[in-house]
Design a binder for this molecule. Structure first.
Ligand code: SD4
Length: 331
């Protein structure tokens, strides 16, 4: 009854309704075509790393350029530095702790938030690959010391003396004074943190180091700590750190930077804020170096440091770029 009344009132009958719907469908057919949703710009692969590691980014780029994924790119990229005995803060040829042990820290993180890490690992040239095995072959995230080493052998890694003639000589020299102090930049800041985006737009990161030279035996820095030395969130971007690890751990630096990017900051702004947070906790102190490096989902990059001298290396379709981080903390 109500319905009939309404139809009458509105002047619509069932037939009228039908013809209205036919009309509507005709209208739809004649409608100009909806503007196609704009296709997002093609994703451009890119690899970046702390310091001036040209060969490492070139390797990562080689993987990306062949259509490889970002996880393989960062692993293979940082392996170049781990094997390079002239880099005395990463892998083979890394400087020892004060007791003469060469101990390595590394971590890796993929697009799905999976991560693996090794701390205080001895006698293995490629801690990054052991970290990846921890991620992929165990239900754990971090393996330490002897357990990590044992696991590496089980996975087929070979035992190797990580000392070189040069680092042994330096250590013998160091023992004469046994002085442990942090010195800006020359404090062996050659830790490699690498971030990459592949052609699918997926981000991965890796970080590897022998840590601070002549550290107290057993010391672990920020580099293998997820969120401190490295963090990746595939929705947002990634960040990595180099420098005095204790300060990076105190602010969970890389996680902080990724979260700042999530809130809308550019990679550059996020790195600047990260350094400022550290300096706020260290008023009056400037006797240490920290360098942060970040990339966002769009492939924009940024870096910032406490003191001048921090560089980062970028490799994309544009080729190699070396950015000296001119903007450093002045506060
Ligand atoms: C650490 N962050 O073990 C590392 C050291 C470093 O370049 O970055 N060296 O604290």
């Amino acid at each position: 009854m109500q319905r009939r009344k309404f139809l009458k009132k509105s002047g619509l009958t069932t037939a009228g309704l039908m013809s209205a719907s036919v009309l509507a469908s005709c209208k739809t057919e004649n409608k100009p075509e909806k503007a196609a949703t704009p296709t997002p710009p093609a994703i451009k692969p890119i690899a970046i790393c702390t310091w001036n590691f040209m060969n490492a980014t070139a390797k990562a780029w080689e993987v990306l350029n062949k259509g490889g994924n970002s996880l393989d790119a960062v692993e293979q990229g940082v392996m170049i530095e781990e094997a390079d005995v002239t880099n005395e803060t990463v892998g083979k040829g890394g400087r020892p702790d004060r007791d003469g042990n060469v101990t390595l820290d590394a971590c890796i993180m993929d697009k799905d938030g999976n991560c693996g890490s090794v701390v205080y690992l001895q006698n293995i040239v490629h801690p990054i690959s052991v970290a990846r095995k921890v991620m992929e072959e165990t239900p754990h995230i971090i393996l330490a010391g002897k357990g990590a080493e044992q696991f590496a052998y089980e996975q087929g890694f070979k035992k190797e003396d990580l000392f070189t003639e040069s680092t042994r000589k330096q250590y013998e020299e160091w023992k004469k004074t046994s002085k442990y102090e942090t010195t800006i930049n020359i404090e062996n800041h050659d830790t490699i943190g690498m971030l990459a985006i592949d052609e699918k737009g997926d981000i991965a990161g890796a970080c590897t180091t022998s840590g601070m030279a002549y550290k107290v035996a057993g010391r672990v820095g920020d580099s293998p700590i997820i969120g401190a030395g490295l963090y990746v969130d595939n929705e947002v971007g990634g960040a990595t750190a180099t420098g005095v690890g204790e300060e990076v751990i105190r602010t969970v630096g890389s996680f902080l930077i990724v979260e700042l990017m999530r809130q809308g900051k550019s990679p550059q702004e996020a790195c600047e804020e990260g350094v400022k947070r550290i300096m706020k906790k260290n008023e009056g102190r400037k006797d240490f170096q920290i360098g942060f490096l970040a990339i966002n989902k769009q492939g924009e990059t940024g870096g910032y440091c406490v003191h001048p001298g921090f560089t980062y290396r970028e490799y994309s379709e544009k080729g190699h770029e070396n950015r000296q981080v001119e903007s450093f903390y002045k506060g």
